[in-house]
Each structure stands twice: as structure tokens, then as C-alpha cells.
Design a protein around this ligand. Structure first.
Ligand code: SAH
Ligand code: SF4
Ligand code: F3S
Length: 466
């Protein structure tokens, strides 16, 4: 018997890439590959790349430099190491990677992972292989389901892709070009995946998609199901204690999703709803197709359905033409909404996107200064939100032993890490925890004996603190 070959995948970027990495592992398991934790001893290294901002794609070339040294070293020891580049940089710059980086054997775009075995064979035969087509067939149907031990090693919380690609074409964004048009997986396939995960101990599922609430997969009744209806169905699967979804677009929030938040205790009251800017002028230049007031109205619908709901968001500062007045509108929106968490980025022009050709670039100094101001505001809201948990009792789903001996870590409904001293038996359980203190972004507490009386109102927590 030939010994198994070793595979190392390094992922950058969004949750979709994390999920795709697992599917590549599953696909290559069929070829006798097993995963290894470091690149040094791997027979195949896959860089699963992200193209969203400039820094993200620069990392790929510096990582390839390091891998070239390893590959040469392996060759000197009579061992062959193959290097593949996958993900969104592969899709956007495949030809250039082949030209610029001779160390790379295979380039594979996100829609072609099911062809990895053939591409490796082709590289062996011809030296290199590249595939960045958008095949007509749905790749989801061709990827094998994970093996039971693979699921077990992945823990209590799992991602499931339900939708991929994007038709929105925000002017700053590469995703519609790297991931292609929006495709939804059929309901029956998602039910199968979630049932299999639940059977192997997974308790929390995050449904993922670049535009997850644009989901419209074929249902068993022959109709297209919206995300809210899918969530209702998944909540019935035995063992599934928590459901989440990410990332949503404000324009695709429909009544079925609001109803799911009203009706399902399994659906966590924490929604990532990126807005990017608070200025209508900039929102329009970004082609977001909604105003700040319309975004507020969407937030209000969620809050009316579920009083303890909290939000996170993404922001871009320094979009071409952003004035101090536009930026003030962003600060005002953040202040009015009150976020539990948020990510903010400096605008990065991406080749091939409409915004990359827009004049009036904001100077680097101004971008830095705006980012700093926005991050301070967001940090103060996040701290206030976390501090408000102290003294309360909250449900925590325990996931794994913490680094500190004897501690177990889990997450609250709002994805805050929570640590308690307890036996590892609680892993996989939801237990009430009395929160006693806050250490950076982690809550510390102890297991509570009493059941939770009532859920706190996240909204009032934020508005009193911010
Ligand atoms: N589909 C999601 C976003 C996916 S990209 C949505 O519609 O909101 C994740 C985040 O990266 C975006 O929300 C945006 O804030 C940021 N981003 C995308 N392109 C960017 C760019 N060119 N420069 C800076 N930030 C960008
Ligand atoms: Fe990019 Fe806009 Fe699509 Fe989000 S909705 S992935 S920001 S194009
Ligand atoms: Fe990056 Fe592609 Fe995700 S560009 S954010 S890995 S969809």
C-alpha cells in the first residue's frame, strides 16, 4: 500500500474560503490525501486566496516566495512538493500567476474544485495546469460530502454554503467577477448536509453565501424557497440548536427572514448587515441601491420582530469622492444604529471594477485618519455591548477546551467568546453562564444553575452604553 500523501491548505479571506478548503480536503481524500498542519512536510500545498483588497492579494506572492524555498529543499531531498493556487486571486489573475510564479503547478478557480484530481494529473503530465472557467454545471453537485471523522474533527459549529456568487455589482467589489453569478443550492441538498452534520455532533450551523439572503433554492414543492423558509425547515432537524447566516444584503431582507427571526428560537439574534457608508451620495456611487434611511428601515423591521437582536456591519472609508461631510454621515449612522461589532476597511481600488476608474481618490493620510475615527467609535460601541453582559446570565454553546488549563470556551448568541472553568463534558451543550468580567473581547463567568429568566434587550444595552 502506498502511504497517504499529505495536503496542507492555507486559507485567506471570507468564510466561503474556509468552507471551500474543507470541500477540497474532502475531494482530495478520495485521491489518498490526508491533511497536515504545516506546509513543510506536505506533498501538496494549496493557497486558498482572497482578492477583496490589495493587501489580501499581495500576501499570495510573498507566500509563494516562501513556498519556493520549501519546494527546492524538498526536491534536494528527493521529494516532490506540488503547489496549487485556488480561490479568488486564482480566478482573477490565473494567467498572471502562471507567468509570474513558476513555482506554481496548478491554478484553480472557485468554481472548479471538483476538477482538482484531474488538474493534478494534468500538471504531472504537462508540467502546469490552469482552470478558471465558470462551468455550466453546479459544482456543488460534484463535490463529495465530508467523511464522518472529517466532520467530527471540525467540531460543534459548521458552515454550510447555500448560495454562491453575486449579481449586485457594487462598484468597488471583485466578488461578482471572481465568484460569478448568483447560484442557490437546492433545499434537499442543504437538508442532507445539515442532517449529516447534526448526526455527527454539530450543534450550530452558519449558512453562508456572498449574498446569503438572496437565496432562492429549489424546494421539494417545486417552488423557489426564500432563506426564511429554509431556516424554518432546518430548525426542525434534531440536534440543531443554533442557526446563523452570513452575509446579507439590506435589499434582500424579505418578510420570510423577518418572520424567521420572530418565530425561531434557534435563529440567533445577531445579524451581519453591511452598509458600507452612511452617505446617500456615496451609497449611490457604490451602486448599493439603497439609501441610509432605507437601511434604517430594514434595521427597524428586525428590531420590531425580535427585541434582543444586535447587528454587525462592514464599512469602507475613503471611497473615491468621499468628503468629510459624507464621512460624518457614516459616523452619524453608526451612532444612531449602535453596533455590537463592525469591520471597517480603507477603500482599495480593484482592477476591473468601475470604482477603480473613478477620479478623486481620497489621500492616504485622510483615509488613515477616517479609519481611525470610525474604528474608535465602533470599538466604544463594542466595549459597551460587551460590558453590558457583565452581571447577566446568558446562554453559551460550548465548543472546545480553552488555552488555559481547565477552562472551556464557547460562544454567546452574539458570538462573544465566553470562558468558564468546567469539565470538558459540557462541550456541545448550551448552558446558562453568569458573566462576571470581561478580558479584552472575551467574557469570563461561571456555569449558572438557574435557568435564564428572560433575554436582555441588546438594543437598550447599546443605546445606554454608546
Ligand atoms: N457581500 C457582502 C460583502 C462581501 S466583501 C456585502 O454585500 O456586503 C466583504 C467586505 O469587504 C465588504 O462588505 C466591504 O466592506 C469590503 N470590501 C469589498 N471590496 C472592497 C474594496 N475594494 N476596498 C475596501 N473594502 C472592500
Ligand atoms: Fe460585493 Fe456588493 Fe456583491 Fe457584496 S453585494 S459581494 S459588496 S458586489
Ligand atoms: Fe475574498 Fe473571494 Fe471571499 S475575494 S472575501 S475569498 S469571495
Amino acid at each position: 500500500m502506498t502511504p497517504p500523501r499529505k495536503l496542507h491548505i492555507k486559507s485567506y479571506g471570507c468564510q466561503m474560503n474556509v468552507y471551500d478548503a474543507q470541500r477540497m480536503v474532502d475531494t482530495l481524500a478520495g485521491e489518498g490525501f490526508v491533511e497536515t498542519a504545516s506546509a513543510d512536510d506536505a506533498d501538496l500545498v494549496i493557497l486558498n486566496t482572497c482578492h477583496i483588497r490589495e493587501k489580501a492579494s499581495e500576501k499570495v506572492y510573498s507566500e509563494l516566495g516562501r513556498l519556493r524555498v520549501m519546494k527546492d529543499e524538498a526536491a534536494r531531498n528527493g521529494r516532490q512538493m506540488n503547489i496549487a493556487v485556488a480561490g479568488c486571486v486564482a480566478q482573477a489573475e490565473g494567467e498572471e500567476i502562471i507567468r509570474r510564479a513558476p513555482v506554481v503547478d496548478v491554478v484553480v478557480g472557485p468554481q472548479s474544485y471538483h476538477h482538482l484530481p484531474q488538474l493534478l494529473a494534468k500538471a504531472k503530465r504537462d508540467g502546469r495546469a490552469l482552470e478558471t472557467e465558470f462551468p455550466v454545471q453546479d459544482k456543488f453537485g460534484f463535490l463529495p460530502p465530508p467523511k464522518p471523522d472529517a466532520i467530527r474533527s471540525r467540531g460543534i459549529s459548521a458552515f454550510v454554503t447555500v448560495q454562491e456568487g453575486c449579481d449586485k455589482f457594487c462598484t468597488f467589489c471583485v466578488v461578482p467577477y471572481t465568484r460569478g453569478a448568483e447560484v442557490s443550492r437546492p433545499v434537499a441538498k442543504i437538508i442532507d448536509d445539515v442532517t449529516r452534520l447534526a448526526d455527527h455532533g454539530v450543534r450550530e450551523i452558519t449558512l453562508i453565501g456572498q449574498n446569503v439572503n438572496a437565496y432562492h433554492g429549489d424546494g421539494p414543492d417545486g417552488r423557489a424557497w426564500p432563506l426564511g423558509k429554509l431556516l424554518h425547515r432546518l430548525a426542525d432537524i434534531p440536534g440543531i440548536a443554533r442557526l446563523r447566516y452570513s452575509t446579507s444584503h439590506p435589499n434582500d431582507v424579505d418578510d420570510s427572514l423577518i418572520a424567521a427571526h420572530r418565530d425561531l428560537c434557534e435563529l440567533m439574534p445577531f445579524v451581519h448587515l453591511p452598509v458600507q457608508s452612511g452617505s446617500d451620495r456615496i451609497l449611490s456611487a457604490m451602486n448599493r441601491r439603497h439609501t441610509a434611511a432605507e437601511y434604517h428601515a430594514v434595521i427597524d423591521r428586525f428590531r420590531a420582530a425580535r427585541q434582543d437582536i444586535a447587528f454587525s456591519s462592514d464599512f469602507i472609508v475613503g471611497f473615491p469622492g468621499e468628503t468629510e461631510e459624507d464621512f460624518s454621515a457614516t459616523l452619524a449612522l453608526v451612532t444612531q444604529i449602535g453596533y455590537a461589532a463592525a469591520y471597517s476597511f480603507k477603500y482599495s481600488p480593484r482592477p476591473g471594477t468601475p470604482a477603480a476608474d473613478m477620479p478623486e481618490m481620497v489621500s492616504a493620510g485622510e483615509m488613515d485618519e477616517r479609519l481611525e475615527r470610525l474604528q474608535q467609535l465602533i470599538d466604544s460601541q463594542q466595549s459597551a455591548f460587551n460590558l453590558a453582559a457583565i452581571g447577566s446570565t446568558v446562554d453559551v454553546l460550548f465548543e472546545r477546551p480553552a488555552r488555559k488549563e481547565g477552562q472551556i470556551v464557547g460562544r454567546t448568541a452574539y458570538l462573544q467568546p465566553a470562558h468558564v472553568m468546567a469539565s470538558p463534558d459540557i462541550i456541545g451543550q448550551i448552558r446558562p453562564v453568569s458573566i462576571e468580567s470581561l478580558e479584552r473581547y472575551s467574557l469570563l463567568g461561571r456555569l449558572a444553575s438557574r435557568p435564564i429568566a428572560s433575554a436582555p434587550s441588546a438594543h437598550s444595552q447599546i443605546s445606554t452604553g454608546a
